[in-house]
Each structure stands twice: as C-alpha cells, then as structure tokens.
Design a protein around this ligand. Structure first.
Ligand code: TPP
Length: 271
C-alpha cells in the first residue's frame, strides 16, 4: 500500500472517530471494520464519476449494514463527491448525513438502509434489471455477518446464481461480532465460504484490511462466467484503532476527547 493510500485511510479513520465524539454518534467500531473495503471499491474498483453521481452506467454500491453509514459518507467525501468536512454534520438536525441513510441522502449514496437484510436483495434485483437492459454496471453489496441472520439474504443467495448474475458481488464484512455478542454464539455462520459456494456463487476469502489483496480479488476476471461472486472479507471490528479492536463495547460507545487525540497519534496524523 502506498503512502498516499495509507494517509487517506488514516484520515478517514480519524474523521470517523472525531465525528462520533463531536456528534455523539455510536456504531464507530462497525464503520472502522469496513474502511479498507469501501476505500478499495470507491478509489480503485468501481466505475463511477464523483462529479456526475447519477451517471447512468455507473457501478453501484449498496450498503447493507446501514448503522455504518459514517464510513460510506467519509469515503464518498474523500473520493470527491462533496467536501469531506461536510460529513462532520453527521446525525445533526437537517443534515443529509443521517445516522442511517434516509430518503434524501447525500450524493453517491444509492440506498436507504438501517433495517438490516435488504441491500443484497436490492442489488440482486438491480443486477437482474441491468442484465435485461444490457447495462454494463456492476453491483456491489456490503453485508455484515450479523446481518446474514436475516433470511432475505438467503433468498437473494438462491436467486442470483439461478439468474446467472455475474454482474453482482456480495462482500461479507466478516468481523465475527454483532450488536450483542460473538456471531458464532448467536448463529453459527461457518463455513462461510462453503455456504456461498453451495448456493452456486464463486467465492474468495481475503484479509478485509489489506487494500492490495481486496483489489486483487475484486478486480480479478471471472473464473466462471455466469456466476455471482461472494467475497468473504475477514475483518476486525474497530479495526485500525488498537484499543477498539475486537471490543464490542465500541458497537455503541462514544470516544472521549482524550481518546480522539490518542487515535490521531496512533494513526500518525499528529506528533
Ligand atoms: C432488521 C434489523 N434488526 C435489528 C437491527 C439492530 N441492529 C443494528 S446493528 C446490529 C448488528 C449487526 O451486526 P453485523 O451485521 O455483524 O454488523 P457489525 O458487527 O459489522 O456492525 C443489529 C442487530 C437492525 N438494524 N435491523
């Protein structure tokens, strides 16, 4: 990973921590888990035009775990959809940057989310429509592992291979935690990769904090045409901030001023 990439990723992380503190917005660890996934999609993989967000043939990203909207807003800001500092209004009255993306979201946000379990179905329907209209767009859905407890995902998991939707990629943010505990204690999900394979998807398992590895699997040509792709991204909830990593208290906890400062130091943004 180049120094430029590392710096932008550090700034995104720092913004997430700062806005959580400033506006008392929870779900910080949930956003930190997905930083590299969204960075890789928006900066390296997707065919998009930040200055023309509604460009018709654009690729689409559908956010499943809507409680992590902050990371989407930050990545879009740093990618040039709007000045990054605008996202510091997150959760404030009259801000377009709602804690969960709503009906009038900022430029670049493609779906309402917050109620878990809808992004993959939405992406699947959009991918099917794109096939019918011969659109070149590719559809990416990000789902949390806890989110996979929602049965709607498995309906889409059956539909997409049956309709040969090779213009569809689901990325599982597999941090092994959800709101109230360890995912394996709530609903056992392993063997995650085998599950998707059994449904007829082509799969890859990757370190979800490694931009180069993510790029490699997301950009690689299809091994089997006619099959949708499931990328199992192993991540750490709270990833990139040492004292938040794999600590589920940070699903809800708000960082203090001192903690914001210590994160800035850890990320190398201040001395
Ligand atoms: C339909 C629905 N049920 C419950 C919730 C409450 N909820 C918010 S976050 C969350 C846990 C999600 O876990 P996961 O998808 O693994 O996200 P992560 O741990 O990465 O934040 C739950 C159950 C919700 N938002 N929507």
């Amino acid at each position: 990973m180049s120094a430029d990439v590392a710096e932008t990723i550090a700034k995104i992380r720092q913004q997430l921590v700062a806005v959580s503190n400033q506006n008392k917005v929870p779900h910080l660890a949930c956003s930190l888990s997905s930083v590299e996934i969204l960075y890789t999609l928006y900066f390296k993989v997707m065919n998009i035009r930040p200055d023309e967000p509604d460009w018709a043939p654009r690729d689409r990203f559908l956010l499943g775990k809507g409680h992590a909207a902050a990371v989407l807003y930050s990545v879009l800001g740093y990618r040039g959809y709007y000045p990054p500092e605008q996202t510091m209004t997150l959760g404030q009255n009259d801000s377009a940057f709602e804690e969960h993306p709503g009906k009038h979201p900022p430029a670049g946000v493609e779906n309402i989310s917050g109620s878990l379990g809808h992004a993959l179905g939405l992406a699947t329907g959009m991918a099917k429509a794109a096939k019918i209209t011969a659109s070149p767009a590719h559809f990416y859905a990000l789902v949390g592992d806890g989110e996979l407890n929602e049965g709607t995902n498995w309906e889409a998991a059956m539909f997409a291979p049956a309709h040969q939707l090779d213009n569809l990629t689901v990325i599982v943010d597999f941090n092994k935690l959800q709101g109230t505990g360890r995912s394996c204690d709530i609903m056992q999900l392993e063997d995650m990769e085998a599950k998707w394979k059994a449904f007829g998807w082509q799969t890859a398992r990757v370190n979800g904090h490694d931009v180069d590895a993510l790029y490699h699997v997301l950009k690689s040509d299809y091994i089997e045409a006619g099959k949708p792709r499931a990328i199992i991204a192993d991540t750490v909830k709270g990833g990139g901030v040492s004292f938040m990593e794999d600590d589920n208290n940070w699903h809800y906890r708000i960082p203090t001023e001192e903690e914001v400062e210590s994160v800035a130091k850890e990320l190398g943004l201040v001395n």
